[in-house]
Design a protein around this ligand. Structure first.
Ligand code: PGA
Length: 253
C-alpha cells in the first residue's frame, strides 16, 4: 500500500516571543526541511503575527509553508489591533487559522464572523484552516454533532454566496482535548468525520477540503490516529514548538 502523506500544521499560539521564534527558525528550519524532503508529508508553521516577517525570510526558498493564526473579518480601516487578509497575503502566508476555540472564547468570535474571515482569506488566495469542535459539556451531553452543525452552517451559507472555487481545511478540535493530553477514541473521531462529511455533501461542488484533527497531538497520539481513513493530517499546538517532536512525526507517520 502506498504511504499516505499527512499535513502537519503547527499552531505556535503565543508560546514564543519574536526573538525566541527567530532563534527557533535559525536553529531548526534546515534540519526540518531535510526531514520533510521525501517524507511525503507537508509542514506548515503558524507563528504569531509579529513573527510572520521572520518566517517569510527564513522559509523563502523552503518546502516548509507558513500561515497566520487569525485574520480580521474586515477588509481595511479603523480596526485597532487587527490584521487584514491583504497584509497576510503581502507577508506570503499560504494559510490562515480561523475559528480557533481560544479566539472564539477570548475574543467572542462567532461562527458568522468565522465565515466572514474565511471569505477574506479566500479573496486573498489564502487557504482557511477552519477550526470547529465541541466543549466538554456538549461532549458529555451527546451534543457534539449539533454543535458542529451550528458552527458549519454559516460556512456553508458563505460558500454558497461566494460562488468561486474554494479550497479549505477543516480542523476538528474538541475543546476538551486541547492542551489536556486527552485524545478522543478512534471510533469517536471516525463518527465525527463521517458526520462532517455528511454535512458538507450539500456544499457547493466548487469547494474542496482536507480534514484534520487537532488536540494534544504529538509523536505518539498522531500514530494512534493515523489510520483513520478520512483523516488528512493534524493541527498541532504545543508539540509543534518542539522541533524533535515535529521531526519525529515527519519520520514516524
Ligand atoms: P494542543 O493544541 O496540541 O497544544 O492541544 C492544539 C490546538 O489548539 O490547535
Amino acid at each position: 500500500m502506498q504511504k499516505k502523506g499527512y499535513m502537519l500544521i503547527g499552531n505556535w499560539k503565543m508560546y514564543m516571543s519574536t526573538y525566541e521564534a527567530r532563534a527557533w527558525l535559525e536553529s531548526h528550519t534546515k534540519n526540518l526541511a531535510t526531514t520533510l524532503k521525501g517524507s511525503g508529508h507537508s509542514l506548515v508553521l503558524c507563528p504569531s503575527f509579529d513573527a510572520l516577517f521572520l518566517v517569510q525570510q527564513f522559509l523563502k526558498d523552503s518546502s516548509i509553508e507558513y500561515g497566520a493564526q487569525d485574520c480580521s473579518e474586515h477588509i481595511q480601516g479603523a480596526y485597532t489591533g487587527q490584521v487584514s487578509a491583504q497584509s497576510l497575503q503581502d507577508l506570503g502566508c499560504s494559510y490562515g487559522i480561523i475559528g480557533h476555540s481560544e479566539v472564539r472564547q477570548f475574543h467572542a468570535e462567532t461562527s458568522d464572523i468565522v465565515a466572514q474571515k474565511m471569505v477574506r482569506l479566500l479573496e486573498h488566495a489564502i487557504t482557511p484552516i477552519i477550526c470547529i469542535g465541541e466543549s466538554h459539556q456538549d461532549y458529555l451531553n451527546g451534543k457534539a454533532q449539533e454543535h458542529i452543525k451550528k458552527q458549519l452552517k454559516p460556512i456553508e451559507r458563505a460558500l454558497t454566496s461566494y460562488k468561486k472555487s474554494a479550497n479549505l481545511i477543516i480542523a476538528y478540535e474538541p475543546i476538551w482535548s486541547i492542551g489536556t493530553g486527552i485524545v478522543p477514541e478512534v471510533n469517536y473521531l471516525e463518527s465525527i468525520f463521517e458526520f462532517i462529511n455528511s454535512l458538507t455533501a450539500s456544499w457547493p461542488k466548487t469547494t474542496t477540503f482536507k480534514l484534520l484533527y487537532g488536540g494534544s497531538v504529538n509523536e505518539k497520539s498522531s500514530i494512534q490516529l493515523k489510520n483513520i481513513a478520512a483523516l488528512d493530517g493534524f493541527l498541532v499546538g504545543k508539540a509543534s514548538t518542539d522541533p524533535k517532536k515535529l521531526s519525529d512525526m515527519l519520520k514516524l507517520l
